[in-house]
Design a binder for this molecule. Structure first.
Ligand code: SF4
Ligand code: SF4
Length: 55
């Protein structure tokens, strides 16, 4: 079960640089997590300033 970015994302880009496996990228209107690459570490969820990332 990978982490998921909700529509609360404000595209600040903070999470992209925090992911140890490069699973996060800028999508259409918000950032997205590649579910196949995510290793469920939770780092991005802790780093997001608006709480948009959840398990
Ligand atoms: S939970 Fe960890 S591996 Fe998955 S997207 Fe977030 S920072 Fe990357
Ligand atoms: S840190 Fe949160 S608000 Fe910023 S791009 Fe990532 S998911 Fe969106």
């Amino acid at each position: 079960m990978a982490y998921v970015i909700s529509d609360a994302c404000v595209s600040c880009g903070t999470c992209e640089g925090e992911c140890p496996v490069g699973a996060i990228s800028a999508g259409d209107g918000q950032y997205v997590i590649d579910a196949d690459a995510c290793v469920d570490c939770g780092t991005c969820a802790a780093a997001c300033p608006v709480g948009a990332i959840n398990a």
